[in-house]
Design a protein around this ligand. Structure first.
Ligand SMILES: Cc1cc2nc3c(=O)[nH]c(=O)nc-3n(C[C@H](O)[C@H](O)[C@H](O)COP(=O)(O)OP(=O)(O)OC[C@H]3O[C@@H](n4cnc5c(N)ncnc54)[C@H](O)[C@@H]3O)c2cc1C
Length: 506
């Protein structure tokens, strides 16, 4: 039996954050991770000779004093050379019904560009972004009042993006531009709370960065810091069962070990976490509510090697919408995709390998139902019909790319496809969902999941208790450890550090 003060389930960014903070408090910490590598959706993998990211293409709030950068500095995992800013102008391009719009760094430029496209909405655009900035700054993940929940905060947790946008903007095409980032959390404009959407938009407009090489660099920095603090890693170990006696976890069983500990923090999906308890004392009403929460959609990803250089900029993301964004997640048929996201793997990553090729990553939404028929097959040994389905996906993606740019007719060299089943295999995510639970208003704010559970020594963390995204999941780690230790000291430290960094920048 292995004895620790705390066992963390999952080595994604939230589990790694929790481990560092607990180890700094002098606790002995073990991380149990089912994959052979750390990082969760942050990890990258090598294909065609270069690194591709799985779930970390770009991040916001990375300017000096920015919330995410401050968090990483606080955790001692920030290495400036691992990041580079996205394009100053047009770091995100959105093609909607054949017309291109963009977001550039800084509100002034964003507002100016949108106003040029929609001069009749100039006042609404200005007011909308003023409100967005105001709400973003109120939010705990921006101001490091991670446990503060004021009436004003709750108001914006209960107001939808759609209602907010419609109160300023009449033009439906412009509404769609402002809904584009729904693809970053997977919730439709009518269902998502304005507050978290405002935070994501604000962090990207103010400080969009990408990984110089890949997210693995950050995962490695986390691992090094954990190791320095004496955290033990149990990789390739899946949590199988937790024994509960008197509303307390007494023992954990993984593939090859048994653990005994005072505290457990789980970044596994909450439905899976509770399913691993041999006796679940939580109330029926909670269980029913949890089981009724639906999952966010998954994606099919295509990792593509091109024969030669491409005009698609590695410092820009390209969003192509074929359909009204409000209905984007209703039917996510990968064989007839209504949305395509295109980005490049890290630039220096490509340059380091000095290849004549260039590379792109493409994502299209995919409902789990399109692959669930193969859910019981084993990774690497799936049936011919699954392989044929993946071949069909390759053709669909090729056709969609050629519609975007003629050069793809001759420039595509090799394509590797991942499906929601790939996510389940590597990450254990439910239905292969990209962003965990569907973070609708009914799962946000007061109605959201809390780190604390009815099991005295079990705490939840990760994107399911906060919101999708690396910054949000990292903040969730801080929130869970704050709840466990019943302290607000991390928030205080982070506030001080952020304001100091901003001053130094002046
Ligand atoms: C396609 C895609 C693109 C994305 N793009 C971006 C982006 O550009 N920018 C951004 O900020 N965010 C992005 N995200 C979201 C971001 O990656 C996630 O929100 C974040 O990584 C979640 O972190 P986490 O710690 O909550 O969970 P995870 O990273 O999912 O970590 C959970 C860990 O638990 C482990 N685990 C599960 N079950 C068990 C078990 N039984 N035993 C042991 N271990 C277990 C898993 O293997 C995993 O390592 C993207 C996500 C996806 C899927």
């Amino acid at each position: 039996m292995k004895n620790y003060d705390a066992v963390i389930i999952g080595a994604g960014i939230s589990g790694l954050t929790s481990s560092i903070l607990l180890a700094r408090e002098g606790m002995s910490v073990a991380i149990v991770e089912k994959h052979s590598r750390v990082g969760g959706y942050l990890h990258s993998f090598k294909r065609f000779g270069i690194e591709f990211d799985t779930g970390g293409h770009y991040i916001g709030a990375m300017e000096k004093g920015g919330a995410f950068r401050t968090l990483l500095e606080y955790l001692n995992v920030y290495v400036p050379e691992h990041y580079r800013p996205m394009a100053q102008s047009k770091f995100d391009r959105f093609v909607i019904k054949g017309k291109e719009y963009s977001f550039s760094q800084g509100y002034d430029k964003c507002i100016k560009d949108l106003t040029e496209h929609f001069p009749h909405e100039s006042e609404g655009i200005k007011q909308y972004f003023e409100k967005l900035l105001y709400v973003a700054k109120l939010m705990p993940s921006s101001n490091f009042k991670l446990n503060e929940r004021t009436t004003e905060v709750f108001k914006w947790m209960e107001t939808s993006l759609k209602d907010t946008v419609e109160s300023y903007i009449e033009d439906s095409q412009l509404q769609d531009v402002l809904y584009s980032y729904c693809t970053l959390h997977g919730v439709s404009p009518k269902d998502v709370a304005f507050a978290p959407h405002a935070v994501i938009t604000d962090t990207l407009i103010q400080g969009p960065y990408t990984f110089q090489n890949s997210g693995d660099d950050l995962a490695k920095s986390f691992k090094e810091e954990c190791s320095k603090l004496g955290v033990d890693f149990f990789l390739g170990e899946e949590l199988l069962e937790m024994n509960v006696i008197d509303s307390e976890i007494k023992k954990l069983k993984t593939t090859s070990f048994e653990f005994c500990c005072k505290y457990v923090i789980s970044s596994m999906h909450p439905k899976m976490t509770f399913a691993r308890l041999d006796h679940d004392p939580t109330r029926r009403v909670f269980k029913d509510r949890l089981l009724k929460m639906k999952e966010s959609k998954s994606f099919v990803a295509a990792y593509i090697r091109l024969k030669s250089k491409t005009k698609f900029d590695p410092d820009t993301n390209y969003y192509f919408f074929k359909k009204n964004i409000s209905n984007l997640f209703d039917d996510a048929n990968p064989l007839d995709p209504n949305f395509l996201y295109l980005c490049r793997p890290g630039r220096s990553n490509e340059e380091n390998y000095n290849l004549k090729h260039s590379f792109i990553t493409v994502h299209i939404p995919c409902d789990y139902s399109y692959v669930s028929g193969w859910k019981d097959s084993t990774f690497g040994k799936r049936s011919e019909s699954y392989k044929a389905f993946k071949e069909k996906l390759k053709e669909v993606i090729k056709i969609e790319l050629i519609k975007i740019d003629d050069s793809f007719k001759t420039n595509i060299d090799k394509i590797e496809i991942s499906t929601p089943l790939t996510n389940i295999h590597y990450n254990g995510s439910l239905e292969g969902s990209a962003y965990g639970i569907y973070h609708s208003i009914s799962n946000t704010g007061l109605k959201g999941l809390s780190p604390k559970t009815k099991i005295k020594n079990l705490f939840l963390t990760g994107q399911n208790i906060s919101f999708p995204g690396l910054q949000s999941s990292c903040s969730a780690g801080v929130r869970s450890v704050s709840a466990l230790l019943r302290t607000e000291k991390f928030d205080e430290d982070l506030r001080r550090m952020s304001s100091q960094n901003r001053k130094n920048d002046d």
